[in-house]
Design a protein around this ligand. Structure first.
Ligand SMILES: Cc1cc2nc3c(=O)[nH]c(=O)nc-3n(C[C@H](O)[C@H](O)[C@H](O)COP(=O)(O)OP(=O)(O)OC[C@H]3O[C@@H](n4cnc5c(N)ncnc54)[C@H](O)[C@@H]3O)c2cc1C
Length: 396
């Protein structure tokens, strides 16, 4: 297999690099110090320029206004965009909209696609994904308390969710709710589209995550659904297929996340090296001359390279054989890349000393916000157990 980017992707990557240098890296200073909403007008302008360059929504379907890149090509783009925390949002391929767009494309009715898919791809509205509950283990989501009960032509939804990322300002929530409590566990729940202005949809608060409440796109909400009534035609896909659709959303989604995390790794390593060669720690002696720092740099570079090949190989396998054939690989990359990113960001921060703890570089932001990578979309331990079980089957 050959992961050499095509000419088209190489051109895109060069344009993205220029855009990062000229537009996004300078914007980060404000992003790290000002409320997110105050930056939205500038972000809108930057999005306009991305659209003019023809680079908008690289991974989304062409017929809905995206570029329709395949998983490997989009992975390379995602890696490039991951070097800035603003990259994916400004280029219209950010989570959780990216995953919701994918399932709307695959399972949405024509009416749902016209109402939500088209404006989501265009970046005119935002969405959120409302599955996790505070009183139930997200690592075993078949344990779910939220219900959607049929009444006439409607579903009436009741339940409490949290970590509904980006719900603040979203137009629509994809809600997982139990529609048949008597069905086998994996057939109990369905996905239902709930406009956030529906009576009974209450955003209780944005959670404080590592000391930051956030706002708008950059937030994670607790939501109460009380007697929240929507037409049954808002169900996405067949009844009882919620978990099957969620799995389909998570497979490619993990490639997107891993490639974005690798972008973070590249930037953190660049910052680490730049600081090491510029910081004088004794007269005439720079940090880069210390063997312990050199060893960190070498280890980080090797670990990033290994994680990158494994992720690209997984994307390649999903493209050719489907995500089910790549189950083991997906589990591997999920914990491997999240752990690599955590280590690389931590070491880069350490090399920056006190500066690393400030928001004068992007490292402290990633240290706070990307710790969650080892928890969401399946905690490390769940992936390790699944992988080990699958390997051990061959020995049973
Ligand atoms: C920043 C962030 C964003 C998120 N965004 C969303 C979102 O948009 N939508 C949404 O629905 N949810 C979202 N989540 C929720 C996320 O999916 C859950 O936090 C995750 O599934 C883990 O569930 P839990 O928090 O209930 O942990 P639990 O299920 O209580 O697990 C706690 C810990 O126990 C350990 N553990 C769990 N199971 C096992 C096991 N079988 N063996 C050994 N150890 C185990 C793991 O270390 C795990 O971290 C987000 C979470 C975070 C932190």
């Amino acid at each position: 297999m050959n992961f050499e980017p095509s000419e088209k992707v190489q051109t895109m990557l060069a344009m993205i690099e220029e855009f990062l240098q000229e537009e996004l890296f300078p914007m980060e200073r404000f992003f790290l110090h000002e409320p997110f909403k105050s930056l939205l007008p500038e972000i809108e302008q930057a999005r306009g320029r991305v659209k003019q360059m023809g680079l908008w929504a690289p991974g989304h379907p062409e017929e809905y206004g995206g570029m329709g890149l395949g998983l490997v090509d989009y992975g390379l783009v995602s890696e490039a965009l991951g070097r800035s925390p603003l990259g994916h949002f400004v280029f219209g391929c950010h989570a959780p909209d990216a995953g919701n767009i994918e399932i709307l494309y695959l399972y949405g009715s024509e009416e749902q696609k016209a109402r939500w898919l088209r404006p989501l791809v265009a970046g005119e509205i935002r969405s959120c994904f409302s599955m996790s509950e505070p009183e139930m283990p997200g690592s075993n989501p078949v344990m779910m308390e939220t219900t959607a009960v049929k009444e006439g032509d409607d579903y009436v939804i009741n339940g409490q969710k949290w970590y509904t990322s980006s719900a603040d300002g979203a137009a629509v929530a994809v809600v997982m709710a139990v529609t048949d409590p008597e069905a086998p566990p994996h057939r109990r729940a369905s996905m239902i589209l709930v406009p956030t202005d529906t009576p009974g949809f209450e955003r209780v608060r944005n959670l404080t995550v590592m000391g930051h409440e956030g706002e708008d796109y950059m937030s994670h909400a607790e939501i109460l659904y009380h007697t929240c009534r929507v037409p049954q035609s808002n169900r996405l896909g067949p009844e009882g297929h919620g978990f099957a659709i969620a799995q389909e959303r998570l497979g490619p989604g993990r490639i997107h996340h891993c490639m974005r995390w690798l972008g973070i790794c590249h930037r953190a390593l660049e910052l680490m090296c730049s600081r090491a060669v510029s910081r004088t720690i004794a007269p005439g002696r720079r940090l880069a001359e210390k063997e312990i720092i050199q060893a960190w740099i070498a280890e980080c570079a090797a670990e990033i390279r290994a994680a990158r090949w494994l992720t690209l190989h997984t994307a390649w396998k999903i493209e050719r054989l489907g995500w089910k054939a790549a189950r083991q690989d997906i589990s591997m990359i999920k914990f491997l890349v999240a752990g690599t990113m955590e280590k690389v960001v931590d070491r880069a921060l350490q090399v920056h000393g006190g500066l690393g703890m400030t928001d004068d570089t992007v490292l402290a932001f990633w240290y706070r916000h990307e710790r969650a990578a080892r928890i969401y979309d399946g905690p490390d331990e769940v992936h390790k157990l699944a992988l080990a079980r699958s390997i051990l089957k061959e020995y049973a």
